[in-house]
Design a protein around this ligand. Structure first.
Ligand SMILES: Cc1ncc(COP(=O)(O)O)c(C=O)c1O
Length: 496
């Protein structure tokens, strides 16, 4: 291509690249001309002086662009002899041809999933998370508008003013010391958890705690018992860690393993004894003792997921499983996602003493934790007794909302549809008759602007899944609950 033609082509396109600096526009256009084959290998670029004059830009700009193109291998500069386009066709020839099946996969997965590992493909094929994080009736969400902004910001402002340089570094292994102590004290008094501060390892939430525990305590292929049904998030973490999941049935007393399961001890058991998710029952004392004794005998670990046990509307919160454990087999996973707000991403793991240093070091090594300003605020917040006060206040509010939702359910369906797990937590389940496809109900409700989750999707083995709808009420005011439930009732009615 003759040099003056390049200049013409550049002139034609120069303004179409908007307001970006002349340097960027020129660089992008020459790259394009080379990659598209307009400028063939060996052709000479115009002199910097001529091109600058043609385009009405500084000569220095052209020189800089030529230099960058040369460094990146698009052109070669012969000293005093001009600038020539490199032969880049060889690069393509050197690249190994894509195997047939790769091409077929690319065609089948234009979203890029084929680039992922088998583990990655598994993960993205099972996604449970939603970008919808508010509104009737998204489960698992507290009312963030109740967050104690004034108290939190008062403590935080005081800390910022103290020039808290140490809080702005990476956190030490295990996290900020005073918050570990404050959490240990708090759990001792409200959850009967027995721990020292050293056993408390700060995390970004239960998700991270269980992820680390799965990786530190299990090898790929190890067996894990999970409750059936269970929270999809934890299920997906464990599957992605390469573990073999054994879904164990639950009844009104919680997890209920059978002979076949007892015969093959797992490496890990994950339970939510204080408030089974999503069904909401509390594990009985007999089952707790059975589980602890079994873990002691077969030397497996138990993870206690204690995500929202503070919210009980009749009875007092139950003591933790960890507090009953005499053999050091229980890891207690806790979080402030439900008691304060999920966006904080503050949680913790209370681990048996012999594991404490390994867990603290592993979290520091894997994630280079920080977030110490929030940890420091939280430490004060706990020490000054604000959390207990906040929970008492929002519990009353959530109880009103729960009552409002139950009234609506009775008003629309009388007693024909069972309510499951309505005594505690941030959601309840509206059971649907066998044979109803709850995923279709969820889909239709969403089209009408109402968000719910299908109970059947919480089962690993769908064949024995119960149909139902998880309805979160904690974050929805009664004024919003009523019209949203009217809509939902119409959708559900069409399936009955
Ligand atoms: C049973 C259960 N465990 C854990 C979590 C998540 O906890 P975190 O936000 O602390 O990661 C949830 C979230 O909804 C949950 O339902």
């Amino acid at each position: 291509m003759e040099s003056f033609i390049l200049s013409e082509w550049l002139l034609q396109h120069f303004d179409s690249l908007g307001d970006s600096p002349a340097y960027r526009r020129l660089y992008q256009l020459i790259c394009r001309a080379i990659l598209e084959g307009r400028l063939t290998a060996g052709s000479r670029l115009p002199s910097s002086r001529d091109l600058a004059a043609d385009l009405g830009i500084a000569r220095n700009t052209v020189l800089q662009v030529y230099e960058q193109l040369s460094e990146e291998g698009y052109v070669r500069a012969g000293v005093g002899r001009g600038t020539y386009v490199q032969d880049i066709s060889q690069d393509l020839l050197d690249a190994p041809a894509a195997p047939e099946d790769t091409l077929a996969q690319e065609a089948a997965h234009p979203d890029g999933v084929h680039h992922l590992s088998r583990r990655g493909r598994g993960l993205v094929s099972r996604l449970g998370f939603s970008n919808l994080q508010a509104g009737a009736f998204m489960p698992g969400i507290p009312d963030v508008r109740e967050f104690p902004l004034k108290t939190w910001s008062r403590i935080q402002n005081r800390l910022w003013r103290s020039e808290p340089w140490d809080l702005m570094r990476y956190a030490p292994a295990g996290g900020y010391g005073p918050v570990r102590q404050a959490i240990s004290d708090y759990l001792g008094s409200v959850r009967a958890v027995r721990s020292s501060a050293q056993q408390v390892v700060m995390t970004t939430g239960i998700h991270q705690g269980i992820d680390v525990a799965a990786r530190l305590l299990c090898d790929p292929g190890d067996t894990v018992w999970i409750e059936e049904p269970a929270y999809w998030g934890v299920r997906n973490l464990l599957l992605t860690a390469g573990l073999r999941l054994v879904p164990v049935r639950v009844d009104a007393e919680g997890i209920w393993p059978g002979e076949a399961e007892y015969a093959r001890p797992p490496r890990l058991i994950v339970v939510a004894p204080s408030h089974q998710y999503p069904l909401g029952m509390v594990m009985s004392l007999a089952r707790r003792r059975m589980l602890l004794e079994y873990a002691r005998q077969v030397s497996c670990w138990i993870i206690e997921d204690d995500y929202d046990s503070e919210f009980r509307y009749g009875t007092r919160p139950l003591a933790s499983l960890q507090g009953m454990d005499e053999s050091g087999r229980v890891l207690y996973a806790g979080s402030f996602s439900k008691t304060l707000c999920p966006g904080l991403r503050v949680g913790f793991m209370v681990v048996p003493e012999p594991l404490a240093d390994a867990f603290a070091n592993a979290v520091a090594e894997l994630y280079r934790e920080g977030n110490m300003m929030n940890h420091a605020v939280l430490a004060e917040f706990l020490r000054e007794g604000h959390l207990a006060q906040h929970i008492r206040r929002v519990r009353r509010r959530y109880a009103e909302r729960r009552a409002c939702l139950i009234d609506e359910i009775h008003r629309h369906f009388d007693q024909t549809l069972e309510i499951i797990g309505g005594d505690a937590g941030l959601h309840l389940i509206l059971a649907l008759p066998d044979g109803v496809d709850d995923t279709l109900v969820v889909r239709d409700a969403l089209q009408q602007g109402v968000v719910t989750r299908a109970l059947s999707t919480y089962y690993l083995e769908r064949t024995h899944a119960r149909p139902g709808l998880l309805l979160g009420y904690a974050g929805v005011s009664p004024e919003d609950i009523r019209p949203a439930f009217d809509t939902l009732a119409r959708v559900v009615g069409a399936y009955l």
